[in-house]
Structures are given as structure tokens and as C-alpha cells.
Design a protein around this ligand. Structure first.
Ligand code: UDP
Length: 329
């Protein structure tokens, strides 16, 4: 009988990490999760706790001793632990930079020494305010002033990518870098700014739906299940090592149209209100007008194609948020 593959997921109690843990357990892996529960929650993994193949460590990835043990006892690492969410980054700039830079360096160094394959989660934020309408992986990173905190996230994640690529070249580390575009679905919270759970919660409570700016900015949303399948497939693809891949959905929608769609689907009486960025995020905030991925590379490598449409994503997320509300009484 083959021994079960042992996977370490940093940030595994987070939104994407918990879905990934579930999928890997379903494939017969043993899954170890480390999470400091800064943005992740016990709720996200509560249903996995009884599984003998699941193990949870509540700690920070900044603790090298703890990380060494976990890395030593795994075969592969999905490094998802990071400070995420525009609101969170703006509120906790120092902590975010530390986690996103030093945390990743610890993971990469241990993975390299232990000869463990690692998938590094990066972000479409690294394209910054590049005015293109679509982003292949070799598009330029165009970041704004260091006085604008938003860019510290993009800059920290770009540094993670440089580090991972340098480890690959210099130590032979097998690293795969993935740039997530807006990933959505059940368990995502609006607490850190993410637009879909925020709009759904506002609509379900018949509160004003807060469209920032003129609402003409475009985003594309990918169902978390499609993303999880995509990254597991990518991790199994030898040609992806030492490379960077976008993962997302090439179908875009304006934020204003998204708000209208959510209002309609929830049959809400909410009004759409247009909130200036300065009011939402403070003076000097810069947003991207257009952000849609080019997924040609990941499609060629793994056959990746997102299956769940935006309407289905919204239906599933609305249902899960309604269930949560009724559980809370
Ligand atoms: N947004 C909005 N209202 C909100 C929260 C977000 O209009 O209550 C906008 C935000 O300004 C951005 C888009 O929705 O243009 C997506 O925001 P999110 O924070 O989900 O992801 P981002 O693409 O900014 O990383």
C-alpha cells in the first residue's frame, strides 16, 4: 500500500486554505495546517478536526522552530499564509509586511534545506496599476508611491516571487508561483474588504450597497473550488516549477453591475450608494480600473478552465451566507 502523501498548508484555516485542505483530504492525503487565526478561523476547519488525517497547529509561520518541525514532517508545502485584503493591509501595514516578507523567507529557506516542493501564493496585485486590459504573467509591475500603503502588499508579494525564483536558481528549490485573481465563494468574509461577501451581506440586511468610486472598475471572480483544483493540478505539473502562473477567470464585470446583480438575486430593497475612495480607504487611495487575467499559460500546463459561472458563484455564496445567518439565529 502506498503511504499517504503529507501536505503542509500554511494559512490553512483561511478561506482558500480550508477549501484546499478539504480537497487534499478527499484525495487521500494527510494534511497539516498551520494558521495563527489572524484572518483565518476555527469555524473554517471545524468540520475537519475529527479527521485522523488532519492536524492543526495554531501558531505563526514566523516561528522558525515550529515551522522546521512541520516542514520536516511533510512532503509538499502550499504556502498560503499571508496578510490579505485591502482593508487589512491598510489597517496593519507593519504586520502585513513582516508576515508577507519574513514569513515567506522562512518557508522558502526551510523548504530549500529540506528539499520539499513548495507552491507560493502570490497575487494579481503585483501588476499594480499597469493600465493593460489583460495580464499575461510577463506584464510589467507598475506600482505607485511608497506613501500609498496599498502598494506595500504588491511590493511584498513581488519580493516573495523574486525570492522564490532566486531559491529555485541558486539552491534547486522546486517552487511553483501562482498569482491569484479575485477568488470567491463560501467562507470568505467581508471583514477585510472583499467586495462579494460585503455586497451580499449588505443586500441580505437591506442596507445600502457601498459601491466605491464610480463603480466602473472591472474585476473577474473565480470560484474557490476551481482555484483549488487549479493549484493542485499545477503542483503536480513538473513544467510549472520555477515559473509563475496566473489563476483566475477571464470573464470580467464592473463593480456597479455586480452590485445590481446581487441586489436582484437577493431580491433586496437595498439602494446602491456611491462612496468616494477617499471616504472608503482614506486620502490618496489608488484602485485598478481593470483587472482580468490571461490564463493561457495555466491552461496549456494543466488544462485549467474555470467551470463555475459568476451567477452560480453568487447563488452558492448567498445560500451559505443565509445559512450562516440562520445558524446565528
Ligand atoms: N469595492 C466596493 N465596495 C466595497 C468593497 C470593495 O466597491 O464595499 C470595490 C473595490 O474598490 C474594488 C473592487 O470592489 O474596486 C474589488 O475589491 P476587493 O477588495 O474585493 O478586491 P481587490 O480587487 O481590490 O483586491
Amino acid at each position: 500500500m502506498n503511504a499517504k502523501k503529507k501536505i503542509l498548508i500554511t494559512g490553512g484555516a483561511g478561506f482558500i486554505g480550508s477549501h484546499l485542505a478539504e480537497a487534499l483530504l478527499a484525495q487521500g492525503c494527510r494534511v497539516s495546517v498551520i494558521d495563527d487565526l489572524s484572518t483565518g478561523t476555527r469555524d473554517n476547519i471545524a468540520h475537519l478536526m475529527e479527521n485522523p488525517d488532519f492536524h492543526f497547529t495554531r501558531d505563526t509561520i514566523m516561528d522558525e522552530m515550529v515551522m522546521r518541525k512541520l516542514v520536516d514532517s511533510c512532503d509538499e508545502i502550499y504556502h498560503l499564509a499571508a496578510a490579505v485584503g485591502v482593508k487589512y493591509i491598510l489597517e496593519k501595514p507593519l504586520q502585513s509586511i513582516h508576515t508577507n516578507v519574513q514569513g515567506t523567507e522562512i518557508v522558502l529557506d526551510l523548504a530549500s534545506k529540506g528539499n520539499k516542493k513548495v507552491l507560493v501564493a502570490s497575487t494579481s496585485e503585483v501588476y499594480g496599476k499597469n493600465p493593460s486590459s489583460v495580464f499575461p504573467e510577463n506584464a510589467d509591475s507598475i506600482l505607485g508611491s511608497t506613501k500609498t500603503s496599498r502598494w506595500s502588499y504588491a511590493c511584498a508579494k513581488a519580493l516573495d516571487e523574486f525570492l522564490a525564483l532566486a531559491y529555485c536558481r541558486k539552491t534547486g528549490l522546486a517552487a511553483v508561483i501562482v498569482r491569484f485573481f479575485n477568488t470567491v465563494g463560501p467562507r470568505q468574509t467581508g471583514r477585510y474588504g472583499m467586495v462579494i461577501p460585503r455586497f451580499i451581506s449588505q443586500a441580505l440586511h437591506n442596507l445600502p450597497i457601498t459601491v466605491y468610486g464610480d463603480g466602473k472598475q472591472t474585476r473577474s471572480f473565480t470560484y474557490v473550488g476551481d482555484v483549488v483544483k487549479g493549484i493542485i493540478d499545477l503542483m503536480a505539473t513538473r513544467e510549472a516549477v520555477g515559473d509563475v502562473c496566473n489563476i483566475g477567470n477571464p470573464q470580467g464585470i464592473t463593480i456597479e453591475d455586480l452590485a445590481k446583480k446581487i441586489k436582484e438575486m437577493t431580491k433586496s430593497s437595498s439602494e446602491l450608494v456611491y462612496v468616494p475612495y477617499s471616504q472608503a480607504y482614506g486620502e490618496g487611495f489608488e484602485d485598478m480600473r481593470y483587472r482580468v487575467p490571461d490564463v493561457t499559460k495555466i491552461h496549456a500546463l494543466t488544462g485549467y478552465a474555470p467551470k463555475v459561472s459568476l451567477d452560480e458563484i453568487l447563488e452558492r455564496t448567498i445560500e451559505s451566507m443565509k445559512d450562516k445567518r440562520s445558524e446565528a439565529g
